[in-house]
Design a protein around this ligand. Structure first.
Ligand code: SAM
Length: 288
């Protein structure tokens, strides 16, 4: 990735590089560039002034959502952190999907070790966002990370968290691209599930194939996705809200989405119905 000062200089001289959303051919890109960015903008843009806000993305992944927030929603400063370095692909992805020759200097990224305290180096953010990330954070790191992110915000700042699918919901394993049977992860053994994933043949839903797929190959991606499943922290909406409040946040707004599906009788007595049907949470937190 080019150094930040070079990008800033080029932008000062020539403005933002031209881009064209008509060129988008990748479904993963489309889902983040349009849907995810629009939802984040809907929640965060309703409480902060996007063009003037200093934004932080916890678990930014490949940075496509951040790119869209700048190009389509007027954000001017977003710092993304992640334990992986998928964002390093963003210049290539933006070239391929938007015909954009350089990514905006508004975007900066950083690789961190899981649980690295950030508040000492990063503070006074107007808003933090975290999309499809909190279900992946190691359970014992949830409380310290939430406290640390609280410290990264200015007083009166907001934190928007989205999780989908939640673990106990029909496809909460994140394995749907290989296994379409609802709640299979709560019904089958680990070996059975791995067998289903391993024996899967044919294409997988393009909207679920991230830009890491090419690095892993077909079998490597199966191993990666299954390992991710095993590492899920199994957070429920109530637990997330409880942890956030314990970390010092107040709840500004939340929306929980449920599926309308028949719960298998084998699960009815094992888990609360609300866990089994709640597949998504949008949570807007505030630092008082
Ligand atoms: C499903 S991906 C979502 C990425 C991105 N938000 C998106 O929408 O494409 C989950 C991300 O969380 C990151 N992640 C997991 N644990 C983390 C942690 N402790 N700190 C920061 N990022 C983490 C992963 O590396 C991964 O990029």
């Amino acid at each position: 990735m080019r150094t930040q000062w070079m990008l800033q200089l080029q932008e000062r001289l020539w403005g933002l590089a031209p881009w064209d959303a008509q060129k988008i051919s990748d479904e993963w890109f489309r889902a983040h560039f349009h849907y995810a960015a629009d939802v984040v903008n809907h929640w965060v843009g309703s409480v902060v002034d996007m063009p003037h806000a200093k934004l932080f993305n916890f678990g930014c992944g490949d940075g496509i959502t951040d790119l869209s927030l700048v190009l389509r929603h007027g954000a001017t400063r977003i710092h993304g952190v992640d334990i992986r370095q998928e964002y390093a692909k963003l210049p290539r992805i933006a070239r391929e999907q938007l015909g954009m020759s350089r990514i905006p200097s508004a975007l900066t990224f950083e690789t961190i070790l899981p649980g690295t305290p950030l508040a000492g180096r990063h503070s006074n953010f107007d808003a933090i966002m975290s999309w499809s990330t909190f279900e992946h954070v190691q359970r014992d790191q949830l409380a310290p990370i939430l406290r640390d992110l609280h410290g990264c915000l200015r007083s009166g700042g907001y934190f928007f968290i989205q999780i989908e699918p939640l673990f106990y919901s029909p496809f909460g394993s994140h394995l749907r691209r290989y296994d379409d049977k609802p709640w299979h992860h709560l019904l089958a053994s680990e070996d059975e599930l791995w067998g289903v994933v391993q024996s899967h043949e044919g294409p997988i839903d393009a909207a679920e194939v991230d830009f890491g797929f090419a690095d892993f190959g077909v079998d490597g991606y199966k191993r990666f996705v299954f390992k991710e499943y095993l590492a899920l922290n199994r957070l429920t909406s109530d637990e997330l809200v409880e942890l956030a409040v314990a970390a010092g946040f107040s709840v500004a707004r939340q929306e929980r989405r449920n599926v309308e599906m028949e719960v298998p009788s084998a699960l009815r007595d094992r888990y609360p119905q609300e866990w089994l049907l709640n597949n998504e949470i949008f949570l807007l937190l505030r630092k008082e």
